[in-house]
Design a protein around this ligand. Structure first.
Ligand SMILES: [Fe+2]
Ligand SMILES: [Fe+2]
Length: 176
C-alpha cells in the first residue's frame, strides 16, 4: 500500500468515525466515565483542601461536583436514547496530599474533557443529532467555567483556543 492509499484509508476511517452511531455511543461512554471521574475528584478535593487560601476554591469545587453529576445524567440519558448501555466505570482518579497538585490534576482533566466535548459537538452535528449537540454545548459552557476557575486558582492562563466567554488573564485567588 503506498502513501496515497494509506491516506485514503485513514480518511475513510475518520469519516466512518463521524458517521457511525456505534462509535458515538462508545465515545459518549468515555465522556460518562470522565464525568464520574470528575464527580469523585470534586467530592474528595472539595473536602480535603485546607487553609484560608483555598476556602473559596473548595466551595467552588463543591459546586462543580453537582454540575458534573448533572452532566453524567444527561450523557447517560443520551447513551440510552442511542440504544447503548451507560458504563458503570469511572476513569481513574488521581489524588495528592498537595493542594496545588490536586488543582492541577483537576485542570488537566477539565482540559481533556473540553477537548473531547468540542469533538463530540462536531460529531453529533455531522450525524444530524442536533438535540445531542445542544446538550453537549450546554455542558461545554460549564466545563469551560470549571477550567477557568481552576486556572484562576492556580494563577495560570487557560488554553484560549475556542474560548468564547470569560477569556483573559486569570487572577490568582489561592496562590501560595
Ligand atoms: Fe462534566
Ligand atoms: Fe468539569
Amino acid at each position: 500500500m503506498d502513501r496515497k492509499d494509506q491516506k485514503n484509508q485513514k480518511d475513510k476511517q475518520d469519516q466512518k468515525e463521524i458517521i457511525t452511531r456505534e462509535r458515538l455511543i462508545e465515545l459518549l461512554n468515555e465522556d460518562l466515565a470522565r464525568e464520574y471521574q470528575a464527580i469523585i475528584s470534586y467530592v474528595i478535593y472539595s473536602k480535603v483542601l485546607k487553609g484560608a487560601a483555598y476556602m473559596n476554591i473548595a466551595a467552588e469545587l463543591e459546586k462543580h461536583a453537582g454540575e458534573e453529576l448533572q452532566h453524567a445524567l444527561t450523557i447517560s440519558e443520551q447513551i440510552d436514547y442511542f440504544g447503548g448501555d451507560p458504563t458503570p466505570k469511572p476513569k481513574p482518579v488521581r489524588t495528592s496530599k498537595k493542594a496545588e497538585e490536586m488543582l492541577r490534576f483537576d485542570l488537566e482533566n477539565e482540559n481533556e474533557t473540553v477537548r473531547n466535548y468540542r469533538d463530540r459537538v462536531r460529531q453529533a452535528e455531522a450525524l444530524g443529532e442536533y438535540a445531542l449537540a445542544e446538550d453537549l454545548r450546554q455542558i461545554l459552557v460549564q466545563e469551560q467555567d470549571h477550567q477557568i476557575s481552576l486556572a484562576t486558582a492556580l494563577g495560570i492562563d487557560v488554553p484560549q483556543e475556542g474560548l468564547g466567554r470569560k477569556s483573559g488573564k486569570a487572577t490568582p485567588v489561592a496562590a501560595k
